[in-house]
Ligand binder design. Structure first.
Ligand code: AHG
Ligand code: MN
Ligand code: MN
Length: 320
């Protein structure tokens, strides 16, 4: 069976392999913390992050584990993390930049529901002389992207070389093994994922799409099903494997949207693209958006191609 090391050993450059193995190592440590539970990982730190959100103890534990591991890897130029306002500069001659959401789905930690870690990797090329500008690039310039889902099993999902692979953690062997080769998002799906608590403050086009999803067929049966976990990684992962659409639009509370472009949406969008799915910020391909700041938020729609197109048809006033 292929582990990350043997599978990618002859497929990617050495620096990329070493970064993949760094993510593997830190995520296994984080997984152990999650499995052991206890007061160390539960609850809030009492602080707020750069975005004004409550920081959970596990947000910081996760950030520190990944930062520590990345510090010991010479191939990493700098790191942008949801948990730190400033860019963390590591090695000036490092070849790669990493943007990360070290712990996605913080509100689910204390209630034993899947969480994740998300990573976006850019090559440190000519236009990133200044670390501050380094991360302000279109998502389509990402070299590769990955996430970990700490669910009923822990998985490492990576979008690289235009393919998506899933590796499942063998806790005893402390390694991820290839279990999902060449993941493809079904072109059509039945699942729609949205926090309907926001319905009074979202576009009427999305409300119309939701009405469409809730229509019964001519035998009086439902045509779609709703699922929303509240961890982007887990919602996306399910929809990628089963077919579905995830929608987090701009809302009355969050006029720019809730999710962060650089370290949440872009890496998920690259994986979706390689899995033959589609993602938008509503009006354009999210991978074409030029970010203006490192912690920018955006609307996000991602999933099965036909479902995304169907939703967009409501914006174009096409007959349904
Ligand atoms: P994070 O825990 O990294 O701040 O991300 C939470 C995100 C995302 O994972 C999820 O889809 C969304 O926030 C949930 O937001 P609501 O609670 O507004 O539904
Ligand atoms: Mn997140
Ligand atoms: Mn987070």
């Amino acid at each position: 069976m292929n582990c990350l090391n043997t599978f990618f050993g002859n497929k990617v450059e050495k620096s990329v392999l070493s970064i993949i193995l760094s993510v593997e190592k830190a995520s296994i440590l984080l997984n152990e913390k999650l499995l052991n539970g206890g007061s160390e990982i539960h609850g809030s730190t009492g602080n707020k992050n750069v975005q004004g959100e409550k920081v959970q103890k596990l947000d910081i534990i996760a950030h520190n584990l990944f930062e520590k591991e990345f510090r010991s890897n010479n191939n990493i130029h700098s790191v942008l993390s949801e948990e730190k306002e400033e860019i963390i500069n590591l090695n000036n001659s490092g070849e790669y930049l990493i943007a990360m959401d070290p712990l996605d789905g913080s509100s689910n930690i204390d209630v034993n529901i899947p969480v994740g870690s998300i990573f976006s990797f850019f090559k440190n090329d000519a236009h990133s002389n200044s670390a501050n500008e380094g991360f302000l690039r279109k998502g389509k310039e990402q070299s590769f992207a990955a996430y970990i889902i700490y669910g009923t099993a822990t998985m490492f999902v990576i979008g690289i070389n235009e393919n998506v692979y899933g590796f499942t953690l063998n806790v005893k062997k402390e390694k991820y093994f290839l279990t999902h080769k060449n993941i493809i998002i079904p072109e059509e799906g039945l699942i729609f994922s949205i926090n309907e608590g926001n319905n009074n403050g979202i576009d009427k086009e999305i409300l119309n799409y939701l009405k469409y999803c809730k229509k019964l067929n001519n035998q009086g049966r439902r045509t779609h099903t709703a699922r929303f976990i509240g961890s982007l990684v887990a919602d996306f992962h399910r929809n990628m494997l089963k077919g579905g659409i995830f929608i987090y639009p701009n809302t009355a509370d969050k006029p720019k949207g809730q999710l962060r472009l650089i370290y949440e949406c872009n890496p998920i969008a690259l994986i979706a693209l390689y899995a033959k799915g589609k993602s938008l910020n509503k009006s354009e391909d999210i991978l074409e958006v030029y970010p203006k700041n490192n912690h920018e938020r955006t609307s996000f729609i991602v999933g099965s191609k036909r479902m995304v197109n169907q939703l967009m048809s409501f914006y174009k006033n096409e007959p349904n």
